[in-house]
Design a protein around this ligand. Structure first.
Ligand code: URA
Length: 239
């Protein structure tokens, strides 16, 4: 089956303006395909099989995008918000045109691994409670962690709304007035980690997500930075 489409439609769909804008670009000789300047805006091409250049820049054609972000503090995990800055605001226009949304939420003050995509099916696979995709967090906790806390995480913790969490893993990295821990949970209730510690009379003072499924945060990304995922990395999200 041919996947050929009109070049003006292809470019318009991925954010190069209206069909009229694209026609103008073509008229000005700014669009080329496999090295030949396009003259006819109705020319049909397969965007996956040809190299399309606009203003000498290669157009990376794809239907879905998958972005890994190291979310900074102070941004909300939504696509728009009347008051706060959103994680989508951090993206360049070349990504925003795909209408990505956060796959799962991190609180405004939580940092770390956040996936943004426009692939609804993937989001569903990652977020469906029955799939129990694991998430790992690094946290700083006010106060000492004792063996009882570790047991409570293992056995499930009764939250303030009466929900009992599934068995989860609490590893202590540093114990003291401010303790450092690693938590692995297989669900994602609202404010889950903070509420689990609250039920133990403890306060989370720093929270960073470091993995989802088998995908780890690329630590070379500074807070606020992001990059596209490699194909193999997309699959790790649900493993
Ligand atoms: N648990 C929380 O309490 N907050 C987050 O942002 C993620 C997990």
């Amino acid at each position: 089956m041919s996947k050929k489409e009109r070049i003006d439609k292809i470019l318009s769909n991925i954010g190069y303006g209206s069909r009229k804008d694209v026609k103008n670009l073509i008229k000005k000789g700014m669009v080329s395909i496999d090295g030949n300047i396009v003259k006819d805006s109705g020319m049909k091409v397969d965007p996956y099989e040809t190299k399309i250049y606009v203003r000498d820049k290669l157009v990376r054609y794809r239907k879905y995008i998958y972005i890994m972000m190291n979310k900074p503090e102070g941004y909300v995990s939504s696509t728009d918000d009347p008051i706060n800055n959103t994680v989508v605001d951090l993206l360049d226009d070349e990504y925003k045109i795909f209408d990505p949304f956060p796959v799962g939420r991190l609180d405004k003050d939580t940092v770390g691994l956040l996936i943004l995509s426009n692939d609804g099916k993937l989001a569903h696979r990652v977020l469906a409670p029955k799939n129990h995709i694991s998430k790992t967090y690094f946290a700083k906790i006010q106060g000492k962690i004792d063996d009882e806390d570790i047991t409570r995480f293992k056995e499930g913790i009764l939250l303030d709304d009466g929900y009992k969490t599934m068995s989860s893993k609490l590893d202590v990295l540093k114990n003291g007035d401010i303790s450092e821990v690693c938590i692995n949970i297989k669900e994602g209730k609202f404010h889950q980690i903070k509420r689990m510690f609250k039920a133990l009379d403890k306060k989370v003072i720093y929270l960073k997500r470091i993995s989802m499924g088998s995908l780890k945060l690329d630590e070379s990304l500074r807070e606020g930075e992001y990059r596209e995922l490699e194909i193999e990395e997309i699959n790790l999200l649900t493993k």
